[in-house]
Design a protein around this ligand. Structure first.
Ligand SMILES: Nc1nc2c(ncn2[C@@H]2O[C@H](COP(=O)(O)O[C@H]3[C@@H](O)[C@H](n4cnc5c(=O)[nH]c(N)nc54)O[C@@H]3COP(=O)(O)O)[C@@H](O)[C@H]2O)c(=O)[nH]1
Length: 957
């Protein structure tokens, strides 16, 4: 009831009509507001009216017939009827009064004792109280609703006992409890023991004012971290604590992770930069320490600037690709990884391996960019170096085989298109290994660098100079008009390389052998040119070095042959297709065999007998010589023991030893093993080594030879004169014997140089206390000549060819029984009156012989210069008469040669033709004693010859 709503609805539940009328009148008379009084006279009607109507107040008679007004009030309350009640009764009763108030009745009036004002005041009080109660109930319900349905977990807790008086739904669901099982639950039950509440989170979480961080159990046993705020309040006179609980477990976890990330970022060795994506020009908002270290820019200098300041001021083409990748990624809002060349604060560039990633907010907007940078300058330079090394030779910086291959293929394509010629020069330095070994590798390297530099200086810009291995250089000439144009370059190459090198205060001389191959570009496999030029170079080497050779198909076939031979040789060694032949070396004075040379033979199953001259160099190249040489040595020792047992104990055996064997560690053991296994005495073994064996690893070889000598084994220097014949080395070599190479012996009787060398070697060797062997003695004339010149031993076809062991036995047996006479011991020779006549006309010879025979000379006559030399070699000739005009050579020239080889002879020219100059020269040189003319006078010529013999006797004796 308000002032604006003056109509007051009142219900009267009264079984007495009079009382109704009295009440109506009282109300009518006393109420300041208009009232409407509805009257029902029974309990039931009363309930019904209360439920259906809206009454400001109900007046209830205590006694309703059989029913009680008290019961009605009770039922109404049970039916949640909130209408205020005033109980009317016939008499005052305190107990009743208390009971009515207890049931919620607003007042208790005694009928008959009530006047209008009292009734109205009671009604107004009942209405006010009801309104107050309703408003309180409403507000309580509101608060309860607010508490219960609050999404924030809350509890009401008794501060002393910590018992949770109430837990709202959010709290229950947070802790996993139902409405019915929270009774008696206390905060102590929720707390995980051993975790004290903390005020300021060590976890780095910013707590609210008054908040504490606690670790609580959930009903399922899981732990969680809650932030707890508490407020004290009094509810219904009861002091309580309102707890507001927030599950911050994930926040703590996130915070932990964030701190981890932060620490990682700060301590990362990668530079990290964060830019604000929502501000213009993406300013930097964070850089870590590594960024500062890498770039040299401090955080203060970097923050606020776009990170392009790292790109320096100048346009850098190398960054173009990386920058466009970044632009593309920014546009597409994706991450990007690229490499940029950036600049440090001091201006030095560095390679920045950059990864940029956008950071999105929940709405999908990019808020930041994070850039992770890695200084890969070292890696880049290593990569660069690696890439360079893949295509270049590290020592000289020249292109290597890989790059050469590329350039060669390109050259072939272009030359075919433009009809040009490609030439490849394969340059191998002669004897470089020796220089390298003797001068040291450091100097060797410098030499190679210098050679590369000289070659580069020689060629045009489009040409390529490459180094493909040790001392092998290639010059690729891709653009020649014709193949012959390569010659000019080759000649320059040979000339340039031969110029002296001044390194480390030393002057070094070097030569090169060059192989040339060419193509018009149509060659199927361009690298085949390399093989071809290699073969040609090999041939150039064989032909005396410091020269060049063109490739030909013939070389190719030879190379294939060598490859096949190499494979077959292995089979030969494994399957014992090899055998040893023996060639006797005879004593020049006695003619008796003193020594036997073991020479390996290879009976190839399809190619027949292969000369060692063909397969020994190959075996040396491949290393097969080690096994092969050992086999020969063992076989020769065994055969020699056999030979000794057949009575030829005076014979020793010579075995050829390759320089490769001598340099191999353990060679001394090989020798001692062979001796031990066979039982041969060391003195019966001789090893033949070529003088060039000491050129490499000199000390090692010389020491090995000394050790072998100490065993008692003999050493012979083979092929003497063909190598560099350094007298200082010979002095060092512990040799017993020198074998003059057959190349000197071949022409020794007619070539004054060979004769001089042979005589010189014999003399030198004897002075050094060494024996001398002449190899390749093919004729008796050679043998006689060598004997005359005090050669000690002779070896050659004149005595015996190399033969199998059985034939050797026969040969030696025959030799014993034949007791070989010495050549050239006839009477005339002893008398010293031998005359040699040389004229290309037979009739002249006959006529002369007829005239001079009368004087008792031993006359040797020949029409050939060659035979004349031979006769001179094998006979003791005192006087020579030679024609002047002969097809092979002039008489004066012949006699000049004879003077050099047989200086003790008296030489006469007999000629019908007078070439005054040559005769005069010959006389002046002392080559001829007299010049006689044709036709001759018989008597006169006889006198001249007699005088010549007298002259010989007088001068030579
Ligand atoms: N490391 C080894 N080298 C060996 C071995 N066996 C042989 N060889 C070397 O091979 C080269 C060729 O040898 P070969 O064909 O056997 O020729 C030898 C003789 O047959 C030959 N010779 C002998 N007398 C004459 C002759 O009067 N005229 C002539 N034209 N040739 C003749 O000379 C070769 C012997 O030479 P050398 O050894 O220098 O005394 C040759 O270099 C052999 O050394 C082996 O087992 N291991």
């Amino acid at each position: 009831m308000t002032e604006n709503d003056p109509l007051l609805h009142i219900l009267l539940i009264e079984d007495d009509e009079d009382d109704y009328l009295i009440t109506r009148d009282l109300l009518h008379d006393s109420s300041p507001v208009s009232t409407r009084l509805d009257w029902v006279d029974s309990y039931q009607e009363g309930i019904t009216s209360l439920e259906t109507g809206r009454y400001a107040v109900a007046l209830v008679d205590l006694s309703l017939g059989p029913d009680s007004g008290i019961d009605l009030i009770q039922e109404a309350r049970e039916r949640r009827i909130t209408t205020p009640f005033i109980l009317l009764t016939g008499q005052g009763d305190e107990e009743l009064d208390a009971r009515a108030v207890e049931l919620g009745a607003a007042d208790y009036l005694v009928k008959g004792a009530v006047d209008g004002h009292t009734l109205i005041r009671s009604i107004r009080y009942a209405i006010d109280r009801a309104m107050a109660t309703e408003s309180l109930a409403n507000s309580e319900a509101h608060y309860r609703l607010l508490f219960e349905s609050n999404p924030a977990p809350m509890c009401l807790m008794a501060p002393d006992s910590l018992v949770l008086v109430s837990m709202n739904e959010a709290a229950r669901s947070l802790y996993g409890y139902g409405e019915d099982n929270i009774e008696g639950l206390s905060l102590k039950d929720l707390r995980v023991p051993g975790h004290e509440p903390v005020r300021l989170s060590s976890e780095g979480i910013l707590l609210r004012e008054g908040g504490v961080l606690e670790r609580h159990w959930r009903s399922d046993g899981h732990e969680m971290i809650v932030e707890m705020m508490s407020n004290s309040m009094t509810i219904n006179h009861r002091p309580l604590q309102v707890l507001m609980l927030t599950d911050i477990t994930s926040q703590v976890e996130n915070s932990r992770q964030l701190r981890l990330f932060k620490r990682s970022i700060e301590s990362s060795s990668n530079g990290i930069l964060i830019a604000d994506a929502q501000q213009d020009d993406l300013p930097t908002i964070y850089v870590n320490r590594a960024f500062e270290k890498i770039t040299g820019f401090s955080a203060e200098e970097a923050i606020g600037r776009n990170c392009r300041f790292l790109q320096g001021n100048d346009f850098d083409l190398s960054n173009e690709q990386g920058l466009s990748e970044i632009r593309r990624a920014l546009k597409k809002k994706t991450e990007v990884s690229t490499v940029l060349r950036n600049y440090r604060k001091d201006g030095t560039p560095f390679w920045n391996d950059l990864y940029i990633s956008p950071i999105f907010d929940e709405g999908g907007e990019i808020t930041h960019y994070i850039g992770v940078q890695n200084d890969i300058s070292d890696r880049k330079s290593a990569e660069h170096e690696l890439a360079f090394n893949v295509s270049h030779d590290v020592l000289t910086g020249l292109p290597n085989r890989n790059l050469l291959e590329d350039r060669l293929s390109q050259a072939c394509q272009l030359s075919q298109r433009y009809s040009r010629t490609v030439a490849l020069l394969f340059i191998d330095l002669d004897g470089f290994k020796l220089i390298n070994d003797s001068l040291g590798h450091r100097l060797g390297d410098q030499l190679l660098i210098e050679v590369g530099r000289r070659l580069k200086a020689l060629v045009r810009s489009g040409d390529t100079v490459a180094r493909i291995s040790g001392d092998e250089f290639i010059v690729l000439l891709p653009d020649l008009a014709q193949a012959e144009d390569a010659i000019l370059v080759v000649e320059n190459v040979i000339h340039e390389i031969a110029r002296p090198y001044h390194l480390d205060h030393k002057t070094i001389h070097l030569t090169a052998s060059v192989g040339i191959s060419t193509t018009d570009g149509s060659i199927e496999k361009p690298m085949a040119l390399l093989q071809q030029s290699d073969l040609a170079m090999y041939r150039a080497k064989q032909q005396g070095r410091s020269t060049y050779q063109w490739y030909s198909q013939e070389f190719n076939e030879e190379a294939s042959y060598r490859v096949a031979l190499r494979n077959d040789l292995q089979d030969a060694i494994d399957q014992e297709q090899l055998s040893v032949y023996y060639q006797p070396l005879v004593d020049a004075r006695t003619g008796k065999t003193r020594n036997i040379e073991a020479l390996v033979r290879w009976q190839h199953p399809t190619r027949g007998l292969i000369s060692p001259g063909d397969f020994i160099p190959l075996a040396e190249d491949t290393g097969q010589i080690i096994a092969l040489g050992e086999w020969v040595l063992r076989q020769a020792c065994r055969d020699m023991v056999h030979l000794h047992s057949r009575g030829f104990r005076y014979c020793s055996v010579s075995v050829n030893v390759s320089p490769v064997q001598l340099r191999k560690e353990g060679f001394i053991h090989t020798v001692t093993d062979a001796l031990k296994a066979s039982g041969l005495r060391p003195e019966s073994l001789e090893l033949e080594v070529v003088e060039s064996a000491v050129l490499l690893d000199t000390d090692l070889v010389i020491n090995t030879l000394h050790a072998i000598r100490e065993l008692g084994v003999h050493i012979a220097i083979d092929d003497f004169g063909t190598g560099f014949s350094s007298l200082s080395y010979i002095k060092l070599l512990p040799a017993n014997k020198i074998k003059i190479d057959h190349s000197f012996i071949k022409d020794v009787i007619e070539n004054r140089s060979d004769a001089a060398i042979t005589q010189g070697v014999i003399s030198m060797a004897h002075h050094l206390g060494l024996e001398v062997v002449a190899e390749g003695v093919e004729t008796e004339a050679h043998a006689t000549y060598l004997r005359k010149n005090q050669c000690d031993l002779l070896q050659g076809f004149a005595f015996a060819r190399p033969m199998p062991f059985d034939d050797l036995l026969t040969f030696l047996n025959n030799q014993v029984s034949a007791n070989t006479p010495q050549a050239g011991s006839n009477e005339e020779q002893e008398q010293g009156r031998t005359l040699l006549l040389l004229d290309d006309e037979e009739n002249i010879l006959r006529a002369l012989t007829r005239v001079l025979r009368r004087d008792g000379y031993r006359i040797l006559a020949t029409t050939s210069v060659k035979e004349a030399f031979s006769l001179l070699a094998s006979n003791q000739v005192q006087v020579i008469v030679s024609d002047q005009r002969m097809p092979e050579m002039s008489g004066t020239d012949f006699l000049s040669e004879v003077k050099a080889i047989h200086p003790g002879t008296v030489r006469i020219v007999l000629s019908g033709y007078t070439d005054l100059k040559s005769v005069t020269d010959a006389i002046n040189e002392g080559a001829i004693y007299k010049f006689l003319t044709k036709p001759w006078d018989d008597q006169q010529i006889r006198e001249h010859i007699q005088q010549a013999f007298l002259y010989h006797r007088a001068t030579v004796g």
